[in-house]
Write a protein that binds this ligand. Structure first.
Ligand code: ADP
Ligand code: MG
Length: 708
């Protein structure tokens, strides 16, 4: 089947579909409806009105209503400007309000367009109104007339709402059009034979639909329950292959080469802990280290995640683990996600390595070629015992003589692929990954089910809690006075500007303007600027000056987000705090409260806050506990976003949710292990060939996907 076999499928639309990742008509079947609207139970505007009147005016109703756009207008002045979209159905009218002037809304909310709105509906000046609703465009005006000849999809009781996006909207690909196409593709597919990847008895035992039926139910449900049944099967399938891939990775943790025993406390570890380290290890650090030691002595490759909140002292743990490797005569490496962080690790650890007589080298992208060659030779020759660096370490030209241990800092910034590339740098080296991204334990076990987990509980003794204040623009002068007092007392301050995703230029402008304003406001103070567009040496110079105490105020974009450690810095001012995500705010705030001084974090926000932004700021003010913050974050953002590729280093699930479908995920894990026991692993030449035969050509593709 070709795109040209589908009605209204113009070349422009084909381009849009391609840019959406759909390369052939059959790919449309992989497009899962985001949700369904049951026409019979969707409330009318009058229903909403009545239920609000009954429950009292202040109560909000969370609901989704289908209505037609009547008009769109902009009201109010200056900062109070807002966009009002008037909508109606057969029973009445209501307003949808956005507290800004979003141009894109005008392109979408054209009069005559049918939309579905959901959000907190309130009675405002005796009109129904919903602020910043979530909405779906059900059909747009132009597409409607064009598609009138095939009314069947619109007549369905259950309307499937497909994911949309800028490309699809611009090409006028409506939900309805997608439904029409999906119908055609399903008709075509109907004629083919369908072998299921799972044996029939499995399907019966687990009460699962066949793949083919599931696809049908998902796209053309006659009830919401149908759709759920269909989705359940697709989720199971997806989880199953994920768990198979994970089991395979686990199975590949191999015995270390003969004679390897890392982990016995040797002279370097002893000297470091007893003579050099200026503090006692916390209980959490010691526990993590004994886990690591047991792994290193076990004769099997270590594959461990150290999870510890910001400031819990993960770097020292990595340092000691690396010394264990060096004590045993092996090389160790520490990989950081940014140059700023690699530089910092090198700077803070190098004096210790020097005192111990250990040769530690720094390897990063921005290095002169002669220096780089010298480092590469030193690493390949085995002279370099420790290598600290960025992604540069996993590049092709880098060879280690005897890599015994690889450590990845801020591991959520790396993908599974990068993890495995690092492991290729040695003969079955041990792997230690570290992360401050706190996630509930059950989630962590699923998400990183190929890793063992150690949690560093608690922070080093003597840390003072960080005071967190949420403030508006009006208090700016007071805040500056406060910063001046703290600087006079010998402290240092960060001032952070958000990353505005749509416009890096604007982002930079904010920070640069802020930098100029702060220089003017603090004429006797040393103010420096650091941002992502600077070259590495500029960034490093600014960071170093701040770390040495030569700079009082460091103005920055989010480049300082991860890992940065300047214990004397005790004030952080975050501008436009409402634009940051919770975990980001937590990471940022974790840059202070690392030393003796009492620390304060001030969150300045703009005037109109969304409900979510209010919750985020309130949460920050209330708690410093990364796990609590993660829970709220998860709730606000939903698992897709929270556990997206960037956060977890794993591909996002297309159908399932690690949070909402935990039971199904458990079933899939069991099923995967049963499948393995039932002989899939047994063939001696290729233990997977049996399994591959049993589970069809699907297997390769899925495995490749999860291992990528
Ligand atoms: P993170 O876990 O966020 O990576 P770091 O490793 O950067 O934290 O440590 C934060 C600060 O705490 C550093 O200045 C470090 O020297 C200090 N630190 C680490 N462990 C201890 C300890 N046991 N006692 C006191 N200070 C410690
Ligand atoms: Mg760190």
């Amino acid at each position: 089947m070709q795109w040209s076999d589908l009605p209204y499928c113009t070349p422009k639309r084909v381009d849009a579909l391609r840019s959406f990742g759909l390369h052939a008509p059959v790919d449309l079947l992989r497009m899962v409806p985001r949700r369904y609207i049951d026409k019979q139970t969707a409330p009318t505007i009058r229903d909403l009105f009545e239920s609000i009147q009954q429950s009292g005016q202040t109560q909000a109703v969370r609901s989704s209503v289908r209505a037609e756009v009547v008009s769109i207008s902009v009201g109010g002045f200056g900062k109070k400007k807002r966009t009002i979209v008037k909508v109606k159905d057969d029973t009445g009218e209501m307003d949808a309000v956005w507290f800004h002037t979003a141009k894109w809304l005008h392109a979408v909310m054209k009069p005559g367009t049918w939309v579905s709105l959901s959000g907190d509906v309130k009675l405002y000046r005796s009109r129904l109104s919903v602020s910043h609703p979530e909405f779906d465009v059900l059909s747009d005006h132009d597409a409607l007339t064009e598609q009138e000849e095939t009314p069947s999809t619109m007549d369905r009781q259950i309307v499937a709402i497909y994911p949309s996006g800028k490309e699809l909207a611009q090409a006028k690909i409506s939900h309805r059009l997608i439904s029409i196409w999906v119908d055609r593709v399903l008709n075509e597919v109907e004629k083919e034979a369908h072998d299921d990847v799972f044996p029939t008895e499995w399907l019966q035992r687990m009460d699962l639909l066949s793949h083919h039926h599931a696809i049908q139910y998902v796209h053309q449900p006659t009830s919401i329950r149908d759709a759920e049944q269909g989705l359940r099967r697709l989720k199971f399938e997806e989880f199953f292959f994920f768990e198979m891939a994970m089991a395979k990775i686990r199975g590949e943790r191999r015995r270390t080469p003969a004679g390897w025993v890392l982990g016995k406390p040797g002279p370097l570890v002893r000297q470091f802990v007893h003579e050099i380290l200026p503090f006692e290890l916390t209980e959490g650090q010691s526990e993590a280290l004994s886990d690591i030691r047991a792994d290193l002595e076990s004769g099997t490759q270590m594959n461990r995640l150290i999870q510890g909140d910001v400031g819990s002292g993960k770097t020292v743990v990595a340092m000691i683990a690396m010394l264990m490797a060096v004590d045993a005569g092996y090389q160790a490496t520490l990989l950081a996600p940014t140059e700023v962080l690699a530089d910092q690790h090198a700077r803070s650890l190098q004096p210790w390595f020097q005192a111990l007589g250990v040769n530690a080298r720094l390897l990063k992208g921005a290095q002169g070629s002669s220096l780089r060659q010298e480092v590469l030779d030193d690493v390949a020759g085995g002279g370099a015992q420790i290598v600290i660096g960025t992604h540069a370490i996993i590049q092709q030209g880098v060879r280690f003589a005897r890599l015994g241990l690889a450590v990845i800092d801020e591991q959520h910034r790396f993908g599974v692929g990068q993890r495995s590339a690092l492991l290729q740098k040695g003969d079955r080296p041990h792997l230690l990954v570290m992360s401050a991204t706190p996630i509930p334990r059950s989630l962590a076990m699923t998400l990183y089910s190929d890793l063992e987990l150690s949690v560093i509980k608690g922070l080093p003794a003597g840390r003072k809690p960080i005071k967190t204040a949420v403030r508006g623009e009006k208090q700016r002068e007071k805040i500056y006075d406060f910063i001046a007092t703290e600087l006079d007392a010998g402290g240092q301050a960060y001032v952070v500007y958000p990353l505005v995703e749509e416009s890096e230029k604007l982002d930079l402008k904010n920070a640069t303007d802020g930098f100029e304003a702060l220089k003017a406001r603090f004429p006797t103070r040393r103010v420096a600027l650091i941002h992502g567009k600077q070259d590495a040496s500029e960034k490093d110079a600014a960071m170093q000056a701040f770390a040495n105490g030569d700079v009082d105020i460091l103005v920055s974009t989010t480049v300082i987000e991860v890992g940065v450690n300047v214990p004397n810095a005790n004030v952080m001012l975050i501008e436009h705090a409402e634009r940051f995500g919770l975990s980001q705010l937590h990471q940022l705030r974790g840059r202070i409260g690392r030393g003796e001084r009492a620390s304060t974090c001030i969150l300045i926000h703009g005037h109109a806050l969304s409900d979510h932004a209010k919750v985020r700021l309130k949460t920050m003010a209330e708690t410093q506990d990364g796990f609590k913050i993660a829970d709220v974050d998860l709730e606000l953002r939903g698992p897709g976003d929270f556990l997206g590729t960037r956060q977890s280093g794993l591909p996002e699930f297309q159908f399932g949710s690690i949070v909402d479908d935990q039971d199904l995920l458990k079933d899939a894990k069991i099923a995967a292990s049963v499948a393995l026991e039932e002989g899939a692993m047994e063939s001696s030449t290729d233990e997977w060939s049996e399994f591959r035969r049993a589970f069809g050509p699907y297997f390769e593709a899925k495995m490749a996907f999860y291992q990528a």
